[in-house]
Design a protein around this ligand. Sequence first.
Ligand code: NIG
Length: 386
Amino acid sequence: MTSTVITGIGELITNDAELGELTDAALVCEGDRVTWVGPAARAPAADSAVDVAGRAVLPGWVDSHTHLVFAGDRTAEFAARMSGEPYSAGGIAVTVEATRAASDDELAATLRRHAAEAAAQGTTCLETKTGYGLTVEDELRAARLAAAEVDEVTFLGAHLVPPGQDADEYVRLVSGEMLDAVAGHVRWCDVFCERGAFDAEQSKRVLAAARDRGLGLRVHGNQLGPGPGVQLAVELGAASADHCTHLDQSDVDALAGSETVATLLPACDLSTRQPLPPARELLDAGAAVALASNCNPGSSYTTSMAFCVTTAVLQMRMTVREAVRAATWGGARALRRESGDGAVGVLRPGARADVHVLDAPSATWLAYRPGVPLTHAVWRAGRRLR
Ligand code: NIG
């Protein structure tokens, strides 16, 4: 196994409680793991050395919420929205039709292209969902294709009741035959618990069936208006409640008193002209917060975690440290990958060697220089990607 020492780190954010934040630091990777972190002056020798000349280093972004198994384009829908049309869950059906019509090769190529685009911007751990198939065969295909390309796969058969189908019949299909078909390819199950998609009772049926099959749970909730999604996520012990745009105090308190991560998706809120989520209230109440891109062709067509961090700081009153932590450690926590051997979202001995070097002396530049591409170098599992 070869080792690399990264020297000349001006500012190192580790997200590790003991290591904290270091200046004039170095970091050693061996194989796919971090093996040493500390002051540059005490760095051990390694097979090769990379001097990052005073730049800031952080864990690679952990994007814990995307929908990348899709085909087709919704530019016109987006343009109409920017002219005042409201976003509606019904738009999902447009992508479902295009996705069903695409070949495996087309879907895999699109998924790979977006995963590569994300990696080039510092995303080193990526979750993606099914949910644009909505038949047993198409959801299984999406799960299989996703499992070959990304770190974590979530089954989202309960994304929308396919047009023309009976809702209860569809929920029966999702929580029975469809779940059985995909369960071997996914770790998580999600539901879109929202007016126009699935109500609390239907969502609960799907999630309970998934839990019975050993899957972890996540919930899309409170995206387009107040609703039961967040409370349901907490009640069922879901790993994350995603969106969290329209929360009341009882939702904030429920998240703060739970192990459920509030995953905020600011690029989606901006792209659908929704308010931004109450990040400050969540953090002040003690909730665990993640930031994710929600990359999908309808409500949030970006892979840029830096954009989410910048928005969180400039418009959601998060500090730079809070936003960076939410986009790294927070995402890892939402995927239950923040601790133990091979952890992501942290830089400590034993963690996966997912390293993001910014072309900046400090992570503060992510907000101080909004919109400027700042990724200088990326290692994923010890392999240099750029
Ligand atoms: O997270 N909320 C539901 N699903 C996606 C939207 C998908 C779409 O419009 O295609 C989301 O925003």
